[in-house]
Design a protein around this ligand. Structure first.
Ligand code: PHE
Length: 455
């Protein structure tokens, strides 16, 4: 058995700093942009219910497994998996979990940066009063015109990627920890204010019913898969982001409590976003299944009509930029640490190269919104950006999570995982182990099999 390792990349200054960083990774576009529109496309309440079940039964156990593997390995996800597999006498093939994760992170970041670019653009638009007094149709056409222009999108995509590279190249502690400490609470407050506004639209009740009254006739294999994919995406699981953050966590911190807090905050933010957005959707007769443009076509209507809306709206989108930023850095971090460990690069160079690669790949997504938007360019009937999103969230992250759960539950010795979790051999540990051994892997498998029609 090895002595306790330390990470060459650094360590968080406290457990609280880890919670902030992990929450920063989890809370992002996934909560405020993706959750509402996927909910809309999946028909509302039944999706939300399955989503909550996925967070509890799959998300939290996998998050604990990821933090525990990360903290034990203390290296890039790839090298962590390789080291732990060796230590436990398992096949070196386990390191491919690390490869899969890096590929997923890179693919997610590519389109994530494009969408984060939209939020940057919307800071400027709301601040300059573009939406003042605009009708719902006006707001919609502003968005469709915006998406139709590749040069503009490219500029914003570039700015966001450069921002991400800069923070990652500065390392774990400086900058990041400080930023999240202040920005996350601010986002929270603004979101609550938006819910307050939405409560007065008259359609709040309808939105609450839409979100929380499950219509089980809407439940099919696709909806369940979407809910699981959304849980993985939103909690940043299955690709090594939480694993690498766990590798900077001090060995004294409680993994269980940490995971529950992070998952709880993430879920709360998603639900608040839904409560802020759907009343506006119904009030203005918009389509809940309106797709990726949903928040960009609803929220600006409110900002255009409320007093002080330009300032408030700009602030809201600005905080969304920050939320996306703190997520994007965690998408890049696994690849960067791997380049530092295995290719002898320094952090700055590693961040620049991996960020550049994701930027180039992102251009394909960007063009699929405009120049390449017609049917000739669709793969499996989807524009490229939707395909990358679907493939990563609904396939790659769940497979990554499945393998992580299997490794932590079946490949590691009971004693090693218990020691790393820091739990006594009691009910709590027994429950986690039961979930991660049986419930989580089978739930993921069943959802896949159901989707491909085997069940
Ligand atoms: N969880 C982030 C969000 O909700 C996205 C993300 C996915 C970040 C996977 C890291 C890893 O926006």
């Amino acid at each position: 058995m090895s002595a306790r390792r330390t990470s060459i990349h650094g360590e968080w200054s406290s457990r609280f700093a880890f919670i902030l960083a992990a929450t920063g990774s989890a809370v992002g576009l996934g909560n405020i942009w993706r959750f509402p529109y996927v909910t809309g496309e999946s028909g509302g309440g039944a999706f939300v219910l399955v989503y909550l079940l996925c967070v509890a039964l799959i998300g939290i156990p996998v998050m604990m497994a990821e933090i525990l593997l990360g903290r034990r390995g203390r290296q890039s996800p790839l090298n962590t998996m390789r080291t732990l597999a060796q230590e436990e006498g398992r096949s070196p093939a386990w390191q491919y979990v690390g490869w899969l994760g890096m590929a997923a992170g890179f693919m997610i970041l590519s389109f994530y940066s494009v969408v984060a670019g939209w939020t940057l653009a919307y800071v400027v638009r709301t601040a300059t009063g573009v939406f003042e007094g605009a009708t719902a149709e006006g707001v919609q056409s502003i968005f469709t015109d915006f998406i139709a222009n590749p040069e503009g999108l490219l500029a914003w995509h570039t700015i966001f990627m450069v921002m991400t590279i800069i923070v990652v190249s500065r390392g774990v502690k400086s900058g990041l920890e400080q930023a999240v400490r202040f920005l996350m609470p601010a986002l929270f407050v603004l979101l609550i204010a938006m819910v307050g506004y939405a409560m007065n639209t008259g359609q709040f009740q309808q939105a609450v019913e839409y979100l929380f009254k499950p219509d089980f006739s809407r439940l099919d294999a696709e909806v369940v898969l979407n809910a699981m994919g959304q849980a993985f995406f939103s909690l940043s699981l299955g690709m090594g982001a939480i694993m690498i953050y766990g590798s900077y966590l001090s060995h004294t911190a409680s993994i269980t409590r940490t995971a529950v807090v992070v998952a709880g905050m993430d879920t709360l933010v998603a639900i608040l976003a839904g409560l802020a957005i759907f009343p506006l959707v119904f009030e203005y007769g918009l389509e809940p299944a309106g797709g990726p443009g949903l928040i960009f076509m609803t929220l600006p209507i409110a900002f255009g009509q409320m007093p002080g809306g330009a300032l408030f709206g700009a602030l809201f989108f600005l905080l969304l930029v920050f939320a996306a930023w703190t997520s994007a850095i965690s998408l890049l971090e696994p690849a960067v640490t791997w380049l530092v460990e295995n290719r002898g690069m320094n952090r700055v160079k590693a961040a620049a190269w991996s960020g550049l690669a994701a930027w180039v790949f992102g251009i394909l997504s960007l063009l699929s919104l405009n120049l390449w938007s017609d049917d000739r360019y669709k793969l499996f009937g989807m524009p490229f950006i939707d395909l990358v999103d679907w493939l990563t969230a609904n396939v790659m992250l769940p497979i990554g999570g499945l393998l992580i759960a299997i490794f932590a539950a079946w490949m590691m010795s009971r004693e090693a995982s218990r020691a790393e979790l820091g739990l006594a051999d009691g009910l709590g540990f027994g429950l986690w182990r039961f979930l991660v051994r049986y419930v989580t892997p089978f739930a993921i498998l069943l959802i896949f099999l159901n989707k491909i029609g085997v069940l």
